[in-house]
Structures are given as C-alpha cells and as structure tokens.
Design a protein around this ligand. Structure first.
Ligand code: PMV
Length: 361
C-alpha cells in the first residue's frame, strides 16, 4: 500500500534555474459526501465524485531559483492583479507540503490564478485552485526528477492537493473519482483520489450538472468548522458506516446504469450531509428557503414526467441538478421556466462530467 513516505523524494538528479507552467483543474461534485476528517486531512469516510468540465481554475506558476533558502517566497495574483488575501492559505499549504517538495524554499514563485466561474458565485474554488497549484508544482518536480512515472506524477499531485483542501484530491483526474479507503474499490486510499476503474454505464458518461446559484454570499459556517463538528457528533459513526454502504451501492448503480438507484443514493447523500449540519453542536443550516423550493420542484417534475433528473448539494445553498445528456433539452426548459426565479439574479452555470486537470503551457 502507498504511504506518506512514498511521496518524500530522494535527492533530485537535475537542476532548473527558472521557468513557468500553466495548468487548469476543474471543480468536482461529490455523490457520496466527505464530511468529517481526522488529523492531516485524512477523511473519516470514503467519497466519490464526478469531475466537472467547465468550472475550473487556471493557474500559472512562474519559478526562479533564489540565493537563500530560508523562507518561502511567492507573489500572488488573481486575474492578473496582486491578491494578498490568498497569502495565509498558500503559506499554510506550503508548510504542509514542504517535506514532500523539498525544493519549495529554493525558488521564488509567482502564482497567477483565474477561475472560469464568477467569483462570489458560491462555487468553492478551493478544490480546483489547490488541484491546479499541485499540478504546477508536480511539473516542476518532474523537471528536477525526469525519471518520474506518470502514475506517480498524478498520484502525488492528488496527494498534495488533498493537503491543500481535502476534496481537491478528486479534481486531478476524471471522470469519476474515489477518495478514501473502500473495500470494493481497488487501490483506493485515504491519501489521494483514484479514478473509478469499474465499468461506467453509457448513461452516466455524459452526465450534465446545471448549478443553480441560490445564494452567493459568504457561508455562515466554513467547511473546515463543519468537518470539525463531526468529532463527538451523535450520529458520526453510523454516518461514516453509511457512506461505505452507499459507495458500494453507487458502484453497482454506475456499472449497471441503474439511474433510479443513482438518484436515491445521490439525493439521500445530499440531505444526509445537511442533516449532519443540522444535528451538530452548534447546529447550523446552509440551505435557504429557495433550496427547498427547487428540491420540491425537481421531485414534482420527476414524478410527472419520469425524466431521471435529481439534485445534490455541496456545503452551501446552491443546487446541482444532475441528469443524462439525452434529456437535457427538456430539463433545461424546465429549469428556465420553473427554477430561475429561485436563483440570485436568475444565475446558473451549465457544466458536465469532465476529464480532469489539463497542462496548458
Ligand atoms: O474539501 P473541503 O474541506 O472543502 O470539504 C468538502 C465537503 C463537501 O463538499 C461538502 C463534500 C465533498 O465530498 O466534496
């Protein structure tokens, strides 16, 4: 089994003075949710997600060898403009990964980032952002160690992304990714995400995700705090066991093309995630009245039309509407006619299942 030690490199064979890379990495949407963690970003239960295609972060990493190697040194830009507010997060990330990337304090970095989705859309950019940064750092490490295999490259990128933001480890690869040890997923690990290698039925291969932007404000409770509240949570142990069961059931549904089972598991997982929030101490609610309006409208539409459309939620009020491509004309018409009134400024994003991080330059 792969361990943390495997990601500590031996001495590099090459030297590199300067250069730059550019990677894009997408967001992802969990079907079985990660909620609760142990020390060092180890998940309390396994999770599985669809990698998205359109919602992504594009990050340029410039690097230049410096004289001293005492402290980390980097400039941060967001859409070309200096962005000092990102500094604490990146500083913390560098501290966490330094033992795995011993070259980090030998370079001055320029990290220039942009998102394809509007900021303050309530779409978390931490998964795509940390994944894009991890890909760039691995590209540099590969220059220093050209012997590196592709498997190691992607596995370590996911491992590093996880240390930045847990769910980011599922944004390195597509199109269905598992993170966390699970008895029925070969090679699954708490340390990094692995592509779901069992057969995925055609019906799921072009799945669509239309994201309804219900509330774009700051979350009242961060996911860091939310994860923390799963310690001493009255239902934690049962919930973690349930995630294993749901992942087994979802694996079967994805393979068989059982859309009905997929819907039951996915929607139950979304509501369970929010039920955990509502039963934490202190308790909190991230859904908004319009979140529930949308859920009820989806249930009504599905009952009336038998079109296999369902929802999931992340740690916020926005609703992800999931459906196969072959019903997209009808579902989009339904969304436009019935649901946009529940969105802030009628805003929504069209996304779909995607292939993972891409090297741009
Ligand atoms: O990666 P984090 O710490 O932001 O947590 C993400 C948690 C959920 O989005 C709610 C679930 C998940 O598995 O992505």
């Amino acid at each position: 089994m792969v361990s943390e030690q495997d990601f500590i490199p031996s001495a590099y064979t090459n030297t590199v003075a300067n250069g730059n890379f550019e990677w894009s990495a997408p967001s992802n949407i969990a079907l079985v949710k990660y909620w609760g963690k142990k020390a060092n970003q180890i998940p309390a239960n396994p999770s599985i997600s669809f990698t998205l295609n359109n919602c992504k972060t594009i990050t340029k990493l410039g690097f230049e060898k410096k004289q001293s190697s005492d402290a980390f040194s980097f400039d941060l830009l967001f859409e070309g403009q200096p962005k000092e507010s990102f500094r604490p997060k990146i500083e913390k990330f560098f501290e966490r990964v330094a033992v795995y990337l011993p070259f980090l304090n030998n370079y001055h970095f320029t990290i220039d980032t942009q998102n394809t989705f509007p900021h303050s859309s309530g779409i978390a950019s931490s998964a795509s952002g940390m994944a894009a940064l991890a890909m760039n750092l691995m590209s540099l490490e590969r220059l220093l160690n050209p012997e590196m295999t592709d498997d190691y490259f992607y596995q370590k990128a996911s491992f590093l992304a996880r240390l930045g933001s847990g769910s980011a480890c599922r944004s390195v690869k597509g199109s269905v990714v598992v993170w966390g040890e699970h008895a029925e997923i070969e090679g699954s690990s708490d340390l990094f995400g692995v592509p779901f290698t069992a057969e995925v039925h055609d019906v799921f291969k072009d799945y669509q995700d239309t994201i309804l932007l219900v509330d774009k404000g700051e979350k009242q409770v961060s996911s860091t705090l939310g994860h923390d509240l799963m310690h001493n949570h009255p239902y934690a142990e049962r919930r973690f066991a349930q995630a294993h069961e749901n992942l087994s059931a979802l694996k079967a549904a994805l393979t068989l093309g059982d859309v009905e089972a997929f819907i039951k598991i996915t929607e139950s997982e979304a509501l369970t995630l929010h039920a955990m929030m509502m039963t934490s101490q202190p308790y909190f609610i991230l859904m908004k009245p319009n979140t529930l309006e949308i859920i009820n409208a989806i249930w009504k539409f599905r009952a009336e039309t038998a079109i296999p459309v369902c929802f999931t939620l992340d740690a916020g009020a926005n609703v992800h509407i999931l459906y196969p491509e072959n019903v997209s004309v009808k579902v989009l018409a339904f969304i436009k006619d019935n649901l946009l009134g529940y969105c802030q400024n009628s805003q929504y994003l069209c996304d779909k299942i995607g292939a993972g991080a891409v090297l741009i330059a």
